[in-house]
Write a protein that binds this ligand. Structure first.
Ligand code: PLP
Length: 380
């Protein structure tokens, strides 16, 4: 099998599993317990927090471990919005992950918030002039993703944060897809909140983290024993935190060389597909995009049918986000980028992992050519 769906999830790395193992077995303590076992767990949690804080360039007290990207996004959006006396207005984009879109919609439905979705252009870039017009005195939060999960477009987050901060508006970015590929330095990005998820970088599913700037007030979503400085109650997932920290550190150590390698492989894929299937359209920004991300529309087909053909040839990829996969609805991201619904329905997303090779990419290019031909032949 050739796995080209790394944006959906990645396998747990062996080094990560090995680092986690003691905290799932012998050192199984609860960090809140006042005995040696508890202290060992507490120590592991502390070191993991230190590693994550180093990679994010923040203080350890600003890292909240969560159950994943979805929870981090929920807390980042509902937390400050509900705590802020400024007003009831949130600015975001229509291309965010559902975790962001639905959190905003929850605020609208249950707390009377108004949500402004700033438009994006045909490449998936936020329209800066529209953003300027959307930021208001009663805006409590601006939430815009660092890199898109379907088309890979990277937003100029520092520039956007600058605009928000000029109006005293806190800035959140969903960096779930950027983790391990782009710098997550929250000072350079100039963000007040940033979400990441373990399973996109070689840690297990069910662990993530939220950076929340110290001075940013946030209403907790989970109430209970007051863990994570009262901002996220619940016995900590010690092994998960160790896994996340280990995976992030491994990814960070090789980030720049992996970026170069993945970009070359991705460009080989893109050029190959566009040459062998001239009808194909590449979606997303040609340059400002994740190195792992190759996304296309194949007009005149259905994305699901192309996927099926590819799977028969041993290639696993996706028709959009994992959440949208399997549904008949066209990708909300492509529709927001101005693609007609019938074109958006033909989307196929390839996301490369470190395991990808030139030989595999060449095989995929041939398979895409055959798959496209087979689907078109059936359609005729
Ligand atoms: N945000 C983005 C951009 C994502 O791609 C995903 C998952 O695909 C999430 C949030 C949700 O993360 P998790 O699966 O850890 O809940």
């Amino acid at each position: 099998m050739i796995y080209l769906d790394a944006a959906a999830t990645t396998p747990v790395r062996r080094e990560v599993l090995e680092a986690m193992w003691p905290y799932l077995t012998g050192e199984f303590g609860n960090p809140s317990s006042h005995h040696a076992l508890g202290e060992a767990a507490g120590q592991a949690l502390k070191s993991s927090r230190t590693i994550v804080a180093e990679i994010l360039g923040c203080r350890t007290g600003e890292v909240i471990f969560t159950s994943g990207g979805t929870e981090a996004d929920n807390l980042a959006i509902k937390g400050p919005a509900l705590a802020s006396p400024r007003g009831r207005h949130v600015v975001t984009t229509p291309i965010e992950h559902e975790a962001v879109l639905e959190s905003c919609d929850y605020l609208r439905r249950h707390h009377g918030f108004e949500i402004t979705h700033v438009p994006v252009d045909h490449l998936g870039m936020v329209e800066i002039e529209a953003l300027k017009g959307a930021l208001r005195p009663d805006t409590t939060l601006c939430s815009i993703m660092l890199a898109n999960n379907e088309v890979g477009t990277i937003q100029p987050i520092a520039e956007i944060a600058d605009l928000a901060h000029a109006r005293d508006i806190p800035m959140h970015t969903d960096a779930v897809q950027a983790a391990g590929l782009l710098s997550l330095d929250v000072r350079a990005l100039d963000v007040d909140a940033l979400s990441i998820s373990g399973h996109k970088v070689g840690a297990p599913k069910g662990i993530g983290a939220l950076y929340l700037r110290g001075r940013l007030e946030a209403e907790p979503l989970l109430h209970g024993g007051g863990q994570e400085r009262g901002r996220r109650s619940g016995t900590e997932n010690v092994a998960g935190a160790v896994g996340l920290a280990t995976a992030l550190r491994l990814a960070e150590t090789s980030r720049v060389e992996r970026f170069v390698r993945l970009t070359a492989l991705r460009d080989r894929l893109t050029q190959g597909v566009l040459t062998t299937v001239p009808e194909a359209l590449m979606t997303g920004h040609p340059i400002q995009r994740l190195p792992s991300s190759g996304s296309f529309c194949f007009p005149g087909t259905s994305g699901e049918a192309v996927l099926l053909q590819l799977e028969q040839r041993g290639i696993v990829c996706s028709s959009g986000s994992a959440c949208a996969a399997g549904s008949d609805e066209p990708s909300h991201v492509l529709v927001a980028m101005g693609y007609a619904r019938e074109v958006a329905q033909t989307a196929v997303r390839f996301t490369l992992s470190d395991a990808a090779t030139n030989e595999e990419i060449d095989f995929v290019i041939r398979a895409v050519y055959e798959a496209y031909g087979a689907v078109r032949a059936i359609a005729r």
